[in-house]
Design a binder for this molecule. Sequence first.
Ligand SMILES: [Zn+2]
Length: 282
Amino acid sequence: MILAIDIGGTKFSMAIFDGDRMVRRESRATHAEGGREWMVQQIAGIAGAWRGEYPLERCGIGFGGPVNFAAQRVVLSTHVGGWQDFDLCGFVRDAAGVPAVMDNDANVGAIGEAEFGAGRGYSPLFYMTLSTGIGGGIWQDGRLLRGADSYGGEIGHLTLRPDGPECLCGARGCLERMCCGLWLERDYGKSARELMQDAAFVRGYVVDLAQGLKAAIMLLNPARIVIGGGIAKAGDRLFLPLREELRRQITNWSAARIDVVPAELGDDSVLYGALSLARNPR
Ligand SMILES: [Zn+2]
């Protein structure tokens, strides 16, 4: 059996898979002040209980921040303190008693949707997580395209507005700064879920969002774009105006398809991807 862990900006989830079937799942809100210390203690508690109940073989992890895949180290988290250069795999190996492999959550979500969700049969596939933050994963011919240093696909920090507000990354006007859940709430005093109910707001919002996705379409000509994360749950309220705006922004001579759909696995894209990554680290 395989242990899957999804560490996000506002919550973390853990699951047990028996073959392709999820047989156990636990999700908890993160405790921002508790930082890394608090979260790894929670993970150790759950993993410690489960290792006595299930014959675990391996563990896969999706982490909500940049990961150096070759070195298997967390680079940092911009949302929760204390993660810099943390050996998360080593920690989980000790807590769960099985070898672990990790990548950033957008890459792992891309694997999940490519193998089990809305991306099945589509290559290249671009996956974007639209949640507390914004991340991206590029999937082609059965594997991830991570780039030379594991920083490929970081669509969240494309610049939309060079003179825009400062992003947590230090640059200005990034796609993440303009469109992610964390900043929507800070800028507008309402949750992304509430804002997505407001058609007038969404019409403006998709202009920024489409600018980011346009870059992925022009660079990669993906067979499909799958968007996961909490904001993607708005469904047609978001996706209909988004597709319309993309059609408007993308140059006429490009016959690149505009196939943008919500994730099929909902909150579990990363958990399914972690299952696949644990079986076949690639
Ligand atoms: Zn940024």
